[in-house]
Every structure is written in C-alpha cells, then in structure tokens.
Design a protein around this ligand. Structure first.
Ligand SMILES: Nc1ncnc2c1ncn2[C@@H]1O[C@H](COP(=O)(O)OP(=O)(O)OP(=O)(O)O)[C@@H](O)[C@H]1O
Ligand SMILES: Nc1nc2c(c(=O)[nH]1)N=C(CO)CN2
Length: 165
C-alpha cells in the first residue's frame, strides 16, 4: 500500500466547488476527509481567505510520484494559473506525507519533498489532519497533536469552520 495525506486549499473562484472536485478526483482511493476550515492567508501576500482541508488516500499500486501527478492534474483541471509564489489559487494539492509498506517515504527531490517541508509551521494543514487522524505522526517531528501544540495558543486564530464538503 501507499497511503498519502494530501492538503487541499483554494482561495479563488468557487472555493468549495474546487475542493469538492478534488475530493471527487480521488474518490476511488479515498479513506478519510477532514472538515473544511476557512483560514486567513499566511505567507505575506495580501489575498482572500482560503478554504483548507486534508484528505487521506490509499492505493496499493500508487507510489509517491503518482500522488503528486494526480494532485497536479486536478490543480490543472481547476484552471489554476501559476503566478505569485504563495499567491491566490483555484486549487492547491500538496502531498504532506506518503507511507509505504516499509514506513514513511522521505524525499529531498525539489519536485517532491517528503514530508512537505511547510507542514510543521502550518496550522491550516495540521488542524484538519489531526481531525481526520487523531493518531497522526509527522515523520521527523512526532505526533501531529504535539507539532500543532508547539505552534502556540494563537496558531489556530483566523481558522473558522467552513462549508461541508
Ligand atoms: N510534497 C509536495 N507536494 C506538492 N508539491 C511539491 C511537493 N514537494 C515539492 N513540490 C513541488 O513544489 C512545486 C510548487 O508547488 P506549488 O506552486 O503548489 O507551491 P506552493 O503551494 O505555492 O508552495 P508550498 O509548496 O510552500 O505550499 C511543484 O512544482 C511541485 O513539484
Ligand atoms: N490560509 C492559507 N494561506 C495560504 C495557503 C493556504 O492553503 N491556506 N496556501 C498558500 C500557498 O501554498 C499561501 N497561503
């Protein structure tokens, strides 16, 4: 098996429709879907609030690169245009972690960094991940609950319940 944790984000166009399209795109391999959060943007670019969620997918035949490829195909299908780094997007699909039969997959290939290096700093990923998997562990960092707690009491400020997927 390879199981992947994928983070979804959208702040352009019909945000919930973009997230729903991503979930539908993984329907054949879906094992978990988090609640959606409406979140204030991080990263320093002035832009609209995001909707963020996390899904867990599992497919014995998929390797890590296949999860990246599927996510990018869905980003393209949403009409995503790549412009400003950390700027507005119809759909972002990040591969947060991949776990194979031998344990966590680690990668320092710039095209596919695993675990995704932004994860320990992003409550917008950690919170929904914890919701969908309370026992989740971030390889190299420990339990997701502890990683989120280490961000401090204000980490989830600016995160509100979003629409239902
Ligand atoms: N774990 C990963 N998941 C998704 N993309 C990755 C990953 N590791 C490296 N990349 C690469 O990152 C590149 C830029 O992706 P993208 O434009 O979505 O970044 P971003 O969402 O703006 O920033 P961030 O990756 O910090 O969230 C892609 O070309 C992709 O190959
Ligand atoms: N709240 C929030 N802010 C962001 C997000 C995101 O998914 N949520 N993604 C970004 C680019 O990857 C930049 N900023």
């Amino acid at each position: 098996m390879t199981r992947a944790v994928l983070s979804l984000g959208s702040n352009l166009g019909d945000r919930i429709a973009h997230l729903r399209a991503a979930v539908a795109g993984f329907a054949d391999v879906l094992v978990g879907v988090s609640p959606v959060y409406e979140t204030a943007p991080w990263g320093g670019v002035e832009q609209a609030d995001f909707l963020n969620a996390v899904i867990v997918v599992d497919d014995p035949a998929a390797d890590a690169r296949e999860w990246l490829r599927r996510g990018q195909a869905l980003e393209d299908a949403s009409g995503r245009v790549r412009e400003v780094r950390w700027g507005p997007r119809t759909l972002d699909v990040d591969v947060v972690t991949v776990t194979g039969v031998d344990g966590p997959v680690l990668s320092d290939d710039p095209d596919l960094l695993l675990p995704h290096p932004g994860t320990p700093d992003r409550a917008t990923v950690l919170r929904p991940w914890l919701d969908v998997d309370p026992a989740a562990v971030l390889p190299g960092h420990g339990p997701v609950a502890a990683v989120l707690a280490a961000l401090g009491p204000d980490a989830e400020d600016g995160m509100r319940p979003g629409p239902v997927l």
